[in-house]
Design a protein around this ligand. Structure first.
Ligand code: PLP
Length: 365
C-alpha cells in the first residue's frame, strides 16, 4: 500500500530523544522545548512561540488567551477539520460559518463581512491543505470591525502569502505537529504571536495558571505542556523543514504534470499571492466522474493506493446538529468539495516511482 502520509524521520530525531533519556529530562521542562519554541518562532518571523500538546489545544489556548468567551462569535470556514470549530466551542463562543472557495478550499473572503455581528470577536481562517488564505482582505475586514485574526496554520508550515511566511500574518497563529504534518513531534502544537501580553497569557494558561507563588491560581488554566521528548523530535524536524517543503512541492509538480491530460480531475492550484506547501495533494473529480468518488477510491485501494476523503462540512456534523447549530444553513461549495475531493499519497518521503505508479493506476480506472 502506498500510504497517504507517514512521518519522515531522517535527521537528528533519535539523537535528541536519546539525549532526553540520558539526561533524564523527559517531561515538560528541558532545553529542547525552549529551543524549539524559539527557533520555530524565528522561522515564522514572529516574536514568541508557546508549545502545546497538539494543534487542537493550541487553538483552544489561543482563543482562551484572547479572552474569547460565551456570548462571543467567531467566524470560521465551514470546510475545515473539526478541531477549529471545537476550539471555539471549548471557550463557550459561537462558531459562525463561511463557505469555501472552490479552487483552494479556503474561506471565501467575499462572504465574511455579511456574517459579522456586534458579537463577532475574531476571524479564524484555515490554510487548507497547505494553500494560504487570501489574508489581506481578511486583515482589512478585521481592522474595520476591530476583530482578532487567529490563523489555523496546522497544515501550512513554511507556506507564504505575498512574500510573508504563514504564522506571521495574524494576532495569533496555531500550528499542529501531528504525525502527518510537514514537521512533526508525534503529537504537538504551537501558538505564535508577536504580542508580549498575549504570549504571557498563553504561557500562564497553558500551565494551569501557575504563578510565581506556587499553588495560588487566579483563573482556570489547562495542562497543555509539550514534553521535552516531543520538542526534541520537533527541533530535529525543524532543522529539515525547508527540505520537506521542497519535497512536497516537487511531488505536487510531478503529480500536476502527470495528471495534466486527465479531463475528469481538478489538480490543486497555487494562486498568484501564494506559495503552496501542498501539505496534502488534494484533487477533485469533475465532469462525468463527479459522482464516482466511491468507486474511484475503492479501485485505488484495491490497487494499493491509500487516499483520504476531503473534510465533511461543519454544518453536516451530527455533533453540531445536536447542539442546534447551523440549522437550515447552506454551504454549497463545501458540499461540492466534500463530495468530489480526496487526497492522494502526499508524504515527504514519497518516491518519484510511487507517484508515477499512483498516476498509472488512476489512468487505468
Ligand atoms: C486544519 C487543522 N486544524 C487543527 C488540527 C488539529 O491538530 P491536532 O491533530 O494536532 O490536534 C488539524 C490537524 O489535525 C488540522 O488539519
Amino acid at each position: 500500500m502506498i500510504p497517504v502520509c507517514t512521518p519522515f524521520l531522517t535527521g537528528k530525531e533519535l539523537q535528541y530523544v536519546t539525549d532526553c533519556f540520558k539526561t533524564n529530562w523527559i517531561s515538560s521542562q528541558g532545553k529542547y522545548i525552549s529551543e524549539f519554541e524559539e527557533k520555530f518562532s524565528v522561522y515564522c518571523n514572529v516574536k514568541f512561540g508557546v508549545a502545546t500538546t497538539n494543534g487542537t489545544t493550541a487553538l483552544h489556548l489561543a482563543l482562551a488567551a484572547l479572552g474569547i468567551k460565551k456570548g462571543d462569535e467567531v467566524i470560521v470556514p465551514s470546510f475545515t477539520m473539526i478541531s477549529t470549530v471545537f476550539a471555539i466551542c471549548y471557550v463557550g463562543a459561537k462558531p459562525v460559518l463561511v463557505d469555501a472557495e472552490l479552487d483552494t478550499g479556503n474561506i471565501d473572503v467575499s462572504l465574511i463581512e455579511k456574517k459579522i455581528t456586534k458579537k463577532t470577536k475574531a476571524i479564524l481562517p484555515v490554510h487548507i491543505y497547505g494553500h494560504p488564505c487570501d489574508m489581506d482582505p481578511i486583515r482589512q475586514i478585521a481592522k474595520k470591525y476591530n476583530l482578532y485574526v487567529v490563523e489555523d496554520a496546522a497544515e501550512a508550515h513554511g507556506a507564504f502569502y505575498k512574500g510573508k511566511i504563514i504564522g506571521s500574518l495574524s494576532d495569533v497563529a496555531c500550528f499542529s505537529f501531528y504525525a502527518n504534518k510537514i514537521i512533526t513531534c508525534g503529537e504537538g502544537g504551537m501558538v505564535l504571536t508577536s504580542n508580549k501580553k498575549i504570549a504571557e497569557k498563553l504561557k500562564l494558561l497553558k500551565n494551569l495558571s501557575f504563578i510565581k507563588r506556587r499553588f495560588i491560581h487566579h483563573e482556570i488554566g489547562f495542562n497543555y505542556r509539550m514534553t521535552n521528548i516531543q520538542a526534541a523530535i520537533g527541533l530535529a524536524q525543524l532543522e529539515n523543514i525547508d527540505k520537506f517543503v521542497n519535497l512536497r512541492r516537487k511531488h505536487a509538480f510531478l503529480y500536476n504534470n502527470l495528471l495534466n491530460d486527465i479531463d475528469w480531475i481538478n489538480t490543486p492550484v497555487e494562486k498568484s499571492y501564494a506559495k503552496n506547501v501542498y501539505w496534502m495533494y488534494g484533487i477533485t473529480l469533475k465532469g462525468k466522474m463527479k459522482n464516482k468518488k466511491k468507486a474511484f477510491v475503492s479501485y485505488l485501494k484495491d490497487k494499493g493506493v491509500e487516499t483520504r476523503d476531503f473534510f465533511i462540512g461543519m454544518h453536516r456534523q451530527p455533533v453540531f446538529k445536536k447542539m442546534g447549530l447551523f440549522r437550515g444553513e447552506k454551504y454549497p461549495t463545501t458540499d461540492i468539495l466534500a463530495a468530489t475531493g480526496l487526497y492522494l499519497p502526499s508524504g515527504s518521503g514519497l518516491k518519484e516511482e510511487q507517484i508515477k505508479s499512483v498516476v498509472k493506476i488512476i489512468k487505468s480506472f
